[in-house]
Design a protein around this ligand. Structure first.
Ligand SMILES: [Mg+2]
Length: 193
């Protein structure tokens, strides 16, 4: 490994570009704000994002796993323009990461029908991306090529092992998960990179 690196540098190969994988739902797009609103409309039970204190929503709200996904897909298909970014000028933050020399991989696991709307949302908010990866199966995010992952889902972080690393994006459903590096905003993560 070390020999290879030395050979590489002596051959004039430029320093390897580091890749940051950024999640979409609840890292770039504050989708649970609209999900909660949709749930409130359909159930007549007032719920806000703050109430979603568990990853597994059916354990805290009277809703089935199918309904959770159904509302989620509905929100992306029909209300995607209402989904706010997690902070203003999120596109600028991604450009800042790009200017620091990182490759940006947007890595998002989702239902196939929502993919085009996610792409539209990313364009609308001028999110910089070198690649856009829509994951439809159950392959863990940790298996994808990146150096740093920024995600809000504990289940995506647990498999990340050195030399890869991960930054947890704080959300009401991950407060009890033990993880050393946490941020409240993408701009905070940008400062750590
Ligand atoms: Mg997420």
């Amino acid at each position: 490994m070390t020999e290879q690196l030395i050979e590489g540098s002596s051959a004039g190969i430029t320093q390897a570009v580091r890749t940051v994988a950024i999640d979409v739902d609840s890292v770039l797009a504050d989708v649970m704000l609209i999900w909660s609103d949709e749930y409130t409309k359909r159930s007549n039970r007032a719920v806000t994002k703050k109430d979603i204190t568990a990853w597994d929503i059916p354990t805290i709200l009277p809703v089935s796993p199918d309904e959770v996904y159904k509302y989620f897909s509905y929100v992306w298909k029909f209300r995607w323009r209402e989904i706010p970014p997690t902070e203003p000028k999120i596109g600028e933050v991604t450009k800042k990461i790009h200017r620091k020399g990182y490759r940006i991989s947007i890595l998002t696991k989702r239902e196939r029908p929502t993919a085009p709307y996610v792409a539209k949302w990313l364009d609308l908010h001028k999110v910089y991306a070198d690649e856009l990866l829509f994951v439809y199966d159950a392959v863990p995010k940790a298996n994808y090529p990146f150096d740093v992952l920024i995600d809000d889902a504990p289940k995506n972080l647990v498999d990340v092992v050195p030399p890869k690393s991960a930054i947890l994006f704080n959300q009401p459903w991950n407060t009890t998960f033990k993880w050393p590096v946490r941020v409240n905003a993408l701009s905070e993560a940008e400062e750590l990179l």
